[in-house]
Write a protein of this length. Structure first.
Length: 749
């Protein structure tokens, strides 16, 4: 059978292209790996180039193995001679052979993140800085951030690229780190790419030798390349220009780790006369799913225009569910999973729950466990296994039980307060000598000599928190937990790190406070001992996931970033609210919004048969309840593609949350397509309904001018509902927003 027989027309066009630059725009689910491997097999099979003359790179070891295996299946054992590696592995290959020309011995070591942290820790100790207070991992992340920048490769001062104020001399650490790398004959992962660029630019003859070795170049996932990877490909292919890049600008979602979408957008400028082939048939998703994703991504300005068709054809409409709160959202998701399992015979592996941030997983995990549904968290730990959650639980356990030595050792220097190994040994020796517990030795001042300040700080924190614990249940459990977080300075220390990881940990801590509030709602006389007992049973009880019969039959939970490259019959895209998705840290620039939109596109296009988009009207963060607006991305989907529903859970109002009731509502298409009315004025506004508040229900009246802390001054158009559900619609400029008065800080303007 011919290599071309199994390909569609656009795939064939890409595979038979031989000489000159080629850009393959591979839409989601369009068979890009098939095209890459068939093109390589065709070049070899037609005698255009020997297997050893092809250079192919992709981004994961798993992808390289898959490509190798497919090529061997197509053309036999000779396919194993094709050079297929990740960018980093290709750089190692080049530097080991030619790096001596720029002073890199071939025996160099490669330092991973753990090695980097160890090296930086030594530097901090030499500089008399506490590696517990200034985390080596955080510094390593900042060094990597600098080295991902294009300006560094082009000769900029590295320490000027981070516009941040540090409590330490970052420049000195950066310089010493690289001096030690050189002394150790070692390179970190960033160096592998940067040094390869230096070598190819060095004029030492290495580039010419490599160009004689390889004459055809294939670059996969080109939209994810950073500046160094872009330069490596460009230099290697500069002689014959036989470079083929494959990617999808609509799936570029990694700018935070250096990926530059301009590499794929500017390919035709870099290579004038380049051929462009769009793989325009999607084999994964039904037409409504694909049309919904396309209608969202079309709103991006910086993209290549393309129309992708569904090979599967018609299917179920997109379901949008707006729940009253995050608990209703989780109930809707899990109840839908149960229903589809029973109704359509689906198994756990057929479902995936996506969220924008890791902290959002908790309510879904809780609900799945309550329903005894096995699940797995991909790319992260289960909520109660995360370090910051274990640390806070250790604080609470030790406050409740000062004999808990395991918990004390976990938190006495967490966050760092200068209590090291020597200080801990003094505590142990004093306790043994006096025949008391370590805590007694600390709290009663039995330690001789000068007491380290960190020990005194720890003692004061615990004593103050223990005094507060005695005040329960008059002191609410949730207030007490927030006090422990405040007194320990745990969140404060994370804020000082200014890293993506630290922000994620803070979000998880906020969700932990929410879990305490849930327990408190279900148990009005909640105590610390009772909470810890229930949490201990919850985290150690047999997990249905651990049952061998359930393995491979688990619902998948993951962030949308981790979902790229995967597919599932049924997908739930959750938390689709402004400031969550798009994320609030990405909403202040058009570039940020466009990347969030690409991330939304990736999430939707993972679905094969059904996609459910969910959001909540109220969401609690750090025990504060906020009214949430649906994500702008939802309203970019035509109403004809959407079935909209509501789901109401007792949520925050009930001590014993009941199973939510399901109210189905189908909105008119116009609900999604309304534009702000330019003609609104004092005499022609929706307030003509004359809806006003009931007696004593609201402190505002229709037509009142009010001040909102985020949106500024607006005018009340209508007031409806009562009690906790009293809603106020306010006109800000040319657009209106609706809020629950109870949870919205409004003032008369």
């Amino acid at each position: 059978m011919s290599i071309l027989d199994s390909l569609n027309e656009s795939q064939k066009k890409a595979v038979i292209h031989t000489d000159g630059p080629l850009l393959i725009l591979a839409g989601a689910g369009s068979g890009k790996t098939r095209v890459i491997t068939h093109r390589i097999a065709r070049l070899i099979g037609d005698g255009v180039v020997p297997p050893t003359g092809i250079f192919a790179v992709t981004f994961t070891n798993k992808a390289t193995e898959e490509m190798k295996n497919r090529i061997v299946r197509l053309i036999g054992p000779q396919g194993s001679s094709v050079f297929i590696k990740t960018f980093h592995a290709a750089s190692v290959y080049i530097l080991r052979r030619y790096g001596e020309a720029i002073g890199i011995p071939s025996s160099f070591s490669i330092y991973d993140t753990s090695d980097q942290a160890s090296l930086i820790k030594e530097i901090l100790l030499q500089m008399r800085l506490d590696p517990k207070k200034i985390r080596p991992e955080s510094i390593a992340s900042k060094i990597s951030e600098v080295k991902d920048r294009a300006e560094l490769i082009d000769g900029a001062d590295p320490t000027l690229l981070l516009q941040k104020n540090f409590s330490y001399d970052f420049h000195e650490i950066y310089e010493e780190y690289h001096r030690r790398l050189a002394a150790n004959n070692a390179l970190d992962f960033n160096d592998l790419l940067i040094k390869t660029v230096h070598l190819l630019r060095s004029g030492t003859g290495a580039l010419e030798r490599l160009q004689r070795q390889w004459t055809y170049f294939m670059i996969d996932e080109y939209q994810d390349t950073n500046y160094a990877q872009y330069l490596i490909a460009k230099h290697l292919a500069s002689a014959g220009k036989n470079i083929c890049v494959v990617g999808d600008d609509d799936q570029s979602i990694y700018s935070w780790r250096g990926a530059d979408i301009r590499n794929i957008l500017n390919f035709e400028k870099d290579y004038p006369g380049a051929a462009v082939v769009t793989l325009d048939t999607n084999y994964r998703s039904t037409r409504p799913i694909l049309d919904a994703a396309s209608s969202v991504i079309r709103n991006n300005v910086n993209r290549k225009a393309k129309e992708i068709r569904s090979h599967k054809g018609d299917g179920e409409r997109v379901v949008w569910c707006r729940a009253n709160n995050e608990y209703g959202e989780a109930e809707f998701v899990v109840n839908t999973i149960i229903s589809l399992k029973h109704r359509e015979g689906l198994s756990g592996r057929d479902f995936a729950v996506f969220y924008r941030t890791n902290a959002q997983s908790r309510v879904f995990e809780d609900r799945l466990r309550k329903e005894n549904i096995p699940y797995r968290v991909v790319g992260g730990m289960k909520f109660y296994e995360r370090k910051e959650i274990k640390d806070l639980l250790a604080y609470l356990k030790f406050i409740a039980n000062p004999l808990d030595q395991v918990s004390m050792l976990r938190i006495i220097n967490t966050p760092a307060r200068g209590v090291g190994r020597v200080a801990l040994e003094r505590i142990r020796e004093t306790a043994r000598g006096a025949g008391v517990s370590e805590w007694t030795a600390i709290s009663e001042g039995l330690i001789g000599g000068k007491i380290p300040r960190g020990i005194a700080e720890f003692r004061d924190i615990i004593l103050k928190c223990r005094d507060s614990a005695r005040g329960m249940p008059e002191t609410r459990l949730s207030d007490f937990v927030e006090q422990v977080i405040e007194e320990s300075r745990y969140v404060k220390s994370l804020e000082e790190e200014e890293s993506v990881e630290a922000r994620s940990r803070i979000e998880n801590i906020g969700e932990f406070v929410n879990s305490v509030y849930d327990y408190q709602q279900a148990n009005p006389d909640a105590t610390l001992d009772g909470f810890l007992q229930d949490i201990s049973l919850y985290t150690t009880e047999e997990n249905p996931e651990d049952d061998p019969d359930s393995r491979g039959n688990q619902v998948t939970l993951m962030t949308v970033h981790n979902a790229k490259g995967l597919e599932f019959p049924v997908v739930f895209l959750t938390g689709m609210e402004e400031d969550i998705f798009p994320h609030k840290l990405s909403s202040d620039t058009e570039e940020g919004i466009e990347e969030e939109r690409r991330l939304c596109y990736v999430g939707i296009t993972r679905a094969m048969e059904r996609i459910y988009i969910t959001c909540a009207e109220l969401r609690r963060t750090f025990n504060e309840i906020y009214h949430k607006e649906p994500s702008r991305f939802i309203f970019e989907i035509p109403g004809s593609l959407i079935e909209a529903t509501e789901y109401i859970s007792a949520g925050y109002q009930s001590a014993q949350p009941r199973r939510g009731f399901f109210e189905k509502k189908v909105y008119n298409e116009s609900h999604f397509d309304v534009e702000p009315d330019d003609s609104i004025d004092d005499d022609n506004t929706p307030e003509a309904s004359n809806q006003t508040e009931g007696p004593g229900e609201s402190k505002f009246r229709v037509r009142d001018s009010v001040l909102h802390p985020k949106y500024g001054v607006g005018r009340i158009l209508s007031i409806e509902g009562s009690g906790d559900n009293l809603k106020i619609t306010i006109l800000f400029g040319r657009s209106s927003k609706t809020f629950l008065e109870k949870y919205t800080p409004l003032e008369k303007a």
